[in-house]
Ligand binder design. Structure first.
Ligand SMILES: O=C1O[C@H](COP(=O)(O)O)[C@@H](O)[C@H](O)[C@H]1O
Length: 259
C-alpha cells in the first residue's frame, strides 16, 4: 500500500481549484497511457466544489470525457430528483457539462428506481456493475479505479462508512447498504473500505476546522473501525488535499508545504 502524502492549501477555494487542476493532469496522463480512465466521485461540499472548478476550467477540454468511466463512492438512498443525491449534485456541478458517454456513467440506484425502496438490492446491483466492469488484470470483482475522490465527516466517516457501523467491519462485500447513518439522510449505499483500497490513487479532500480532529487522528494511525477514513488508502498513492483549517491539528511533519 502507498505511503501518505499531504498538501495544505491556504483556503478551501484554492484547494478545490488545485484539486481540479491535478485531476485534469492525472486523467490526461492515464488516458495517454492506457486509452481510458476511471474516476470514483464523492459527495460533500469539497468534492462538489472540485467538480465545479473543473467545469469552469478551460483545461477541462484536455480530458477525453468519452473515454472516462465514472463511479460513485457512496450515494444517499433518496428519490432520483432529491437535492440530497450525490449523483444529482455531481451532474449539476460537472457531468451535465462535459461530453461523457452515458453508458460509462455508473450511478447507484435511487430509492424510487428499479429496486424500489430496497437499499440492499441497490447495493447488490452496484456490486454487479463493478464486477462486470472489472478486467482480468484487476484480479478481482472490482475495477482498479484510477482515481477515487473522497471526502470525510468530522466524526471520521468516508464514503458512507461511519465509525463503528456494520459497514466499517465489512470484509467480504464490495458494496453495502447503510442504514441509520448519524448524518442525514439515514439510508445510503456505499463502497466498502476494501473496495476503496483497490484504487490506484485515493485523494482525500476536505476543508474547515470541523474536520481537523478527524484528519489528525487519521494521519496518526487511528483504526479504521473507529475512524473509517483512516482505512481509505490507494495502491499507488494516498493523497490528502487540505485547507489550513482542516490541517490545523496536524504535527509539524505534515504542515508544510502550504501553497
Ligand atoms: O454525506 C456525505 O458526506 C461526506 C463529507 O461531506 P462534507 O460536506 O462534510 O465535506 C462525503 O464524503 C460523502 O460522499 C457524502 O455522502
Amino acid at each position: 500500500m502507498s505511503k501518505t502524502e499531504v498538501v495544505v492549501y491556504a483556503n478551501t477555494e484554492l484547494l478545490a481549484a488545485a484539486a481540479a487542476a491535478r485531476l485534469v493532469t492525472k486523467l490526461v496522463d492515464v488516458q495517454a497511457a492506457k486509452g481510458s480512465a476511471s474516476l470514483v466521485l464523492t459527495g460533500g461540499g469539497t468534492g462538489i466544489a472540485v467538480l465545479e472548478q473543473l467545469r469552469d476550467s478551460p483545461a477541462r477540454d484536455a480530458v477525453d470525457w468519452s473515454r472516462l468511466d465514472v463511479y460513485w463512492g457512496d450515494e444517499r438512498f433518496v428519490p432520483a430528483d432529491s437535492d440530497d443525491r450525490n449523483e444529482k449534485q455531481a451532474r449539476e456541478a460537472l457531468l451535465d457539462h462535459v461530453p461523457l458517454d452515458p453508458a460509462r456513467v455508473h450511478a447507484m440506484a435511487p430509492s424510487d428506481g428499479e429496486f424500489g425502496d430496497d437499499p440492499e438490492a441497490a447495493a447488490a446491483a452496484y456490486a454487479e456493475v463493478l464486477a462486470k466492469n472489472a478486467k482480468p488484470e484487476d484480479h478481482g470483482d472490482v475495477p482498479s479505479f484510477d482515481i477515487t475522490l473522497l471526502g470525510l465527516g468530522g466524526e471520521g466517516h468516508t464514503a458512507s462508512v461511519f465509525p463503528e457501523s456494520p459497514a466499517a467491519y465489512e470484509a467480504e462485500r464490495t458494496v453495502v447498504a447503510v442504514r441509520n447513518c448519524p448524518k442525514p439522510p439515514p439510508t445510503r449505499v456505499s463502497l466498502t473500505l476494501p473496495t476503496i483500497r483497490r484504487s490506484h490513487d485515493v485523494w482525500l479532500m476536505t476543508g474547515g476546522e470541523a474536520k481537523a480532529d478527524a484528519v489528525a487522528l487519521a494521519l496518526s494511525g487511528a483504526g479504521e473501525v473507529q475512524l473509517p477514513v483512516a482505512g481509505a488508502r490507494g495502491q499507488r498513492r494516498t493523497l490528502w488535499l487540505l485547507d489550513r483549517a482542516a490541517a490545523g491539528k496536524l504535527t509539524k511533519v505534515y504542515r508544510p508545504p502550504i501553497s
